[in-house]
Design a protein around this ligand. Sequence first.
Ligand SMILES: Cc1cc2nc3c(=O)[nH]c(=O)nc-3n(C[C@H](O)[C@H](O)[C@H](O)COP(=O)(O)O)c2cc1C
Length: 207
Amino acid sequence: MSKKVLILFFHPRFEDSQANKELVSAIKNVDNVTFRDLYEYYPDFHVDVKLEQQLLKEHDIIIWQHPFYWYSCPPLMKQWIDLVLEYGWAYGKDGDQLKGKYFLSAITSGGNFDVYRKGGRNNFTYKELLQPFEQTVNHCLGHYLPPFIVPSALRCSKQELQNYGAFYAELVAGIQNTETPLQEFLKYNYFNDLSSEKWKALFYKQQ
Ligand SMILES: Cc1cc2nc3c(=O)[nH]c(=O)nc-3n(C[C@H](O)[C@H](O)[C@H](O)COP(=O)(O)O)c2cc1C
């Protein structure tokens, strides 16, 4: 059965976006996806905690989609995490509402894999810099899927961004519909590492 996907999208200046615009437009064609532009809903940062928690409960896979800002997320996403992932709900005593859910970071970046490595200009890999999100998910008893990165987002041509959009749409439909346990994907570093053919083979191997 198709899993329900919730995309929580955070972009403080979406009107100026190139990369995320392509990702968002590609994802609109995927069924069974709830897409939420959080800066549209909460321009004043007053997050509706109960509503956000209810949405999390209703979905199996949660995608945090955002541009990489100062090696992290835009501030509304941090606010969302701070407010929504409450003690006694997401973690701590009786806090197991996210247990077993899958989380995925879908990130556009001005840099690329060559500068995000040991010895590269940014010293650390994307995976290393995303560890606070990975550990947040671990702490809430969820599973953190390999991130999907759009590198060199500011230098990509429209066609390249559209290709990333198609890749993203395929990825979301894949993780949603595959019969392969999502656990099997946890061993990969990035979803980028899977060629389209390889992930199609993985996603659809039992069908
Ligand atoms: C405030 C700010 C901070 C940024 N920090 C980073 C960063 O730490 N690493 C990086 O790779 N790109 C960084 N960038 C570049 C953005 O990631 C890039 O502009 C964005 O992913 C492009 O997507 P968009 O076209 O949807 O806006 C930053 C951009 C801004 C405006």
